[in-house]
Design a binder for this molecule. Sequence first.
Ligand code: NDP
Length: 283
Amino acid sequence: MGKILDGKALAQHLGRNLAEETNSLKSHGINPKFCVINIGEDPASKVYVRSKRKKAEKIGIKQVVYQLPEDESEEDVLRLIDRLNADEEVAGLMVQLPVPDQIDVDKVIERIDPEKDVDGLTPANIGRLWMGKHFVEPATAAGIIALLDHYQIDLNGKNAVIVGRSNIVGKPLAALMLERNASVSILHSHTRDLGELTRRADILVSAVGKPHMIKAEMVKEGAVVIDVGINRVDGQLMGDVDFDQVKDKASWITPVPGGVGPLTVEFLMEEVIKLTRRQHGLD
Ligand code: NDP
């Protein structure tokens, strides 16, 4: 069986370091603070907001949640973003996705000051990411790179195949893997013969949201398999990868839960601290 890439343990370890760093900032009168704007009642969003709050509390970061009604107007959301952009106490700011239909998600994200864009989703920060000149990294992608680094899995010259091309996972991860000199392919719902391409992967990442779609026959013997997918099936959390089948073929594999998920929350906090330090000219 492949060895487990234990994201939960790594997140706990990194969390302790971050708590120390936060304490040290506080001893210099700097109080890291970030804001989450959540619009509407999406149950998954509420779970994510709660888990961020728990993590922030543990590390000593102040998190303020703006819970807005389902029918909030775009104009009011933009006004709130403007106010938080101008607030010197706020180091980081994010809008929980998805947003209700009356709100243009691109317009809302574009309004966030790139210096406070803790998710790294503004056009300016996506541009910086692809130029290799970024000061903030989307948390899930950053967490995956940290996990590979922690287990000393080198990306240089490897074939990395990412299934999924979203702005929050697939694309930023491709940029960070390219930076590490991997040869990166991004697959999506229009890709023909997915299995033929995934079988070429030394490092295979699935970020789709379809339970158990990655089967053993789609994986090369000895591949490193990273499962980003979070699917709820009959009240149970399940990844995109059919773990029981694939674990015997993979050299390394992430479990769901306990793999990429805890690192995403951890790295969001890392980004808050990075932005706080930058705001105070500490880097
Ligand atoms: P999106 O829905 O934005 O993107 C899904 C991607 O999968 C799209 O690019 C889509 O292709 C592609 N896709 C859909 N069906 C297929 C298929 N049959 N074959 C190949 N590609 C396909 O999702 P997200 O990126 O936001 O999230 C993906 C998954 O990761 C979800 O389960 C989500 O819950 C989870 N997630 C987990 C995180 C964590 O911390 N572990 C963090 C963020 C997300 P196309 O572009 O053509 O539509």
